[in-house]
Design a binder for this molecule. Structure first.
Ligand code: NOJ
Length: 499
């Protein structure tokens, strides 16, 4: 596999790395616009701890991991995690030291609404996020706030969780509380983080709460509710808050890159299908000109459902009114991108399942460096292709990269992370400066080591090391910190790294 950036790399090696970028820009090819937003990210359950303090309600991860401690490889959970509930001022300093202009964090729904509904509003939870937001702004750091990052209030799971369409109403009322309390200062909202990961909690995934196995049925029901919940929260903002608060609302889609394993028509179609089943299923209804699920998803699920004798498609199809309600409900496309896979036409997964419906088998690019999370390799060109794909599929929407980062086992001399970030950032800059893709921001995952779901604390994404044996959860910058700090401060990929 040759990298699309090969020719450019040659130019840079030859010392012509300051060639002007296309369009009217006078930027060098390795430079970002002066107003580009660099940030670092975390999420509530992964860092906050204080799982039952100050009136917080139980969420599905509290519930799931207290009842099934063996579901994380190290038997851990997020009860204490990085203790960010008590150490948020330190976290703000870490972000400041890293020269970011934005910090992405999520709000724990059950810390604000312990029952999931507005019958109980926990003022101490609101105080916590007010302190965090105010502290960030005092340090000139923009809060990028995720409303929902996997930690659903357990009370809402008790009534079925995301497959229950009534969750739309609960989510929109939660969003209203957030706009009312924080919207005067928060200008960047993401409704839902990685909906394609959220639904895996209903496909029998052993690593993701609530761990319900309704594969190929409940996961599609969750897709439907999540899309309507996102649209409702966006429309609420648009109609009642935008005029006064003047912020932006988007969603964070996880988009891996799937490269056709061969040049065959079948493999090319399979790679595209995989993108549509995992990214397009959420992206197309919101961002495409025509709205609705991708046609290939509608057809395949309907056909498989019919063939197996179901009364209707297992995909919960939208009415024309619903298509219109969801279409266009975002101000930007949030993209979480990590790695790439070769894709071939072929059956995978059990029936019924989304994998089975997609009919794609994935391999591995074994020539590329592998991370501590063995499925994950450093394949920089896949990032450029992902950004171009999003730009081509959803034209007119600026792209905000909301997660990108490298997992290891916690090394302080984290050369693998340096290699990954510098290569991926180079590919992003090429997508912008050479291909004309409108990327407005980039958030590194993660500001610090944290609770990495099913792999507990064994897999680390942090730019800061966290000592989880220390009651004080001491944070220490790793080697990658200095490299990223320079890139974030100068908005330039140093020529030694620009490939
Ligand atoms: C996706 C998720 O949003 C985040 O919670 C997780 O830690 C990272 N990617 C790494 O797996």
């Amino acid at each position: 596999m040759t990298s699309p950036g090969h020719t450019l790399s040659l130019l840079v090696i030859l010392g012509v790395g300051t060639l002007a970028a296309p369009e009217s820009s006078s930027r060098a090819l390795n430079q970002l616009p002066a107003d580009f937003i660099f940030g670092a990210g975390t999420a509530s359950y992964q860092v906050e701890g204080a799982w039952n303090e100050d009136g917080k309600g139980e969420n599905i991860y509290d519930h799931w991991l207290h009842n099934n401690p063996n579901l994380t490889v190290d038997g851990s959970n997020g009860d204490v995690a990085c203790d960010s509930y008590h150490k948020y001022e330190t976290d703000i300093q870490l972000a400041k030291n890293l020269s970011v202009s934005a910090y992405r964090f999520s709000i724990s729904w059950s810390r604000i609404l312990p029952t999931g509904d507005t019958n109980v509003v926990n003022q101490k939870g609101i105080d916590y996020y007010n302190n965090l937001i105010n502290g960030l702004l005092e340090n000139d750091i923009e809060p990028l706030v995720t409303m929902f990052h996997f930690d659903l209030p357990q009370k809402l799971q008790d009534i079925g969780g995301w497959p229950n369409p009534r969750l739309v109403d609960y989510f929109v009322e939660y969003a209203r509380i957030l706009y009312d309390n924080f919207g005067d200062r928060v200008k960047w909202w993401q409704t839902i983080n990685e909906p394609s990961s959220v639904i895996m909690g209903y496909s029998g995934s052993p690593a993701l709460a609530p761990g319900i196995d309704s594969s190929g049925v409940g996961d599609y029901m969750a897709v439907y509710t999540l899309l309507k919940a996102h649209a409702a929260a966006y429309r609420l903002y648009d109609e009642q808050y935008r005029a006064t608060q003047q912020g932006k609302v988007g969603i964070a889609l996880n988009i891996m890159w799937y490269e056709p394993a061969t040049n065959s028509t079948a493999d090319i179609a399979a790679a595209d299908r995989k993108l549509q089943f995992y990214a397009g299923i959420f992206g197309h209804p919101i961002f495409s000109a025509e709205g609705d699920y991708p046609e290939v998803v509608k057809q395949r699920v309907a056909n498989n459902s019919r063939a197996d004798g179901y009364a209707r498609s297992r995909l919960v199809e939208f009415t024309p009114d619903e298509v219109e309600y969801i279409r266009g409900t975002a101000d930007f496309v949030g993209v979480n991108h990590y790695t790439s896979f070769p894709a071939s036409d072929g059956q995978s997964g059990s029936n019924p399942s989304m994998d089975y419906d997609a009919g794609v088998t994935l391999g591995a690019f074994t020539d590329y460096p592998v991370s501590a999370a063995l499925w994950f390799r450093n394949i920089p060109w896949g990032f450029r292709k992902t950004l171009n794909w999003v730009n081509q599929q959803y034209p007119g929407y600026p792209i905000f990269v909301l997660e990108n980062g490298w997992p290891d086992s916690g090394e302080m001399e984290d050369q693998g992370r340096i290699d990954y970030y510098t290569a991926y950032l180079s590919e992003m800059v090429k997508a912008m400066n050479e291909d004309g893709v409108d990327v407005i921001g980039y958030v590194a995952w993660s500001l610090m080591d944290n609770f990495e779901w099913g792999t507990g604390f064994t897999i680390r994404y942090g730019i800061h090391h966290v000592d989880f044996d220390d009651p004080d959860r001491k944070r220490t910058p790793k080697a990658s910190f200095a490299v990223l700090e320079e890139i974030f401060r100068t908005k330039t990929i140093p020529e030694q790294y620009f490939r």
